[in-house]
Write a protein that binds this ligand. Structure first.
Ligand code: OGA
Ligand code: FE
Length: 281
């Protein structure tokens, strides 16, 4: 008898079925607060629509990429190595920003990069803390086709903003784990080619001093989801948040943290940093 047939079936697949929190399209504009809202006001007003989807391992896939699917993984090693270093805004802006700036220019050929913000996350963080945020377990995109040009106006002098807005620009997030591989609450990303314009629900994102616009996302069975299992700190996920180009390349993609039902209990927390970057060509 062939011994191979007697071996127990081992599921080597890193495709995973998991719940993603979509937003139901009720016709009412969702409002999300980045801080504790006034009493009686919910933190997130959109109606959650949890759906179990298949999230495929993007590592062996061909045909994905920043301009095709709206995301990709690149090798990237930071000089900053540990969590305390990344907790220092001074170190991150002085050391990490220039490294990411150079990596983005090398990858995309952008002429100018402005890194305008970064966010640290910890999967054991308490909701509502500004300095250490929790993962976002909600399908979204960070900007909208309307709000992205406002970012250019916010970060450039008026004259330069005016001519830059006539040319191609994009907003990318540069996302990495810190301290170890992602073993808990990884990031799922949706192939931009499977998102229909009707799936995108403009929403308010309320900061203490201003309100931005993001997309919540309604479920569509066309969506194809991917992840990079066990992403290491020497790998960065590039996320296309916005692209002004209308030549058929990916203009945005939806993403969300998710809880991998196969993650063993007591795995180390996911700690990560995302840099928000304007790119100009
Ligand atoms: C992002 C984002 C969520 C997370 O990088 O834009 O939504 O849980 N991250 O890391
Ligand atoms: Fe996001």
């Amino acid at each position: 008898m062939n011994a191979v047939i007697d071996e127990p079936a081992v599921d080597q697949s890193t495709d995973v079925a998991a719940v993603l929190n979509y937003t139901r399209n009720t016709g009412v504009r969702p409002v999300n607060y980045t801080f504790d809202p006034p009493p009686g006001v919910p933190r997130n007003s959109g109606e959650v629509d949890p759906r179990t989807v298949t999230i495929r391992d993007a590592r062996p896939m061909t045909g994905l990429g920043l301009d095709a699917s709206g995301f990709e993984l690149i090798p990237h090693r930071s000089t900053l190595a540990d969590w305390p270093s990344f907790q220092s805004s001074e170190l991150v802006t002085a050391v990490d920003y220039p490294e990411v700036d150079a990596a983005l220019k090398a990858r995309t050929g952008a002429e100018k990069v402005i890194i305008f913000d970064h966010t640290l996350r910890d999967s054991t963080a308490e909701p509502g803390r500004a300095s250490l945020r929790e993962p976002v377990r909600r399908v979204h995109d960070d900007q909208t086709l309307q709000s992205a040009p406002d970012r250019v106006r916010k970060h450039l002098p008026p004259e330069e903003a005016a001519w830059r807005l006539q040319r191609r620009f994009a907003i990318l997030n540069f996302w990495r784990p810190i301290g170890g591989r992602v073993l808990q609450t990884p990031l799922a990303v949706c192939d931009a080619r499977t998102i229909d314009p009707e799936d995108l629900l403009p929403s308010d994102l309320v900061y203490p001093d201003w309100t931005g616009e993001t997309y919540a996302v309604a479920f569509n069975s066309r969506h194809r989801w991917y992840w990079y299992p066990r992403q290491t700190p020497s790998e960065a996920t590039l996320l296309k948040i916005y692209d002004s180009a209308t030549d058929g390349r990916a203009r945005l993609t939806a993403h969300s943290a998710f809880d991998d039902p196969r993650s063993p209990p007591n795995t180390p927390a996911r700690r990560s940093i995302e840099l928000r970057c304007l790119l100009f060509w």
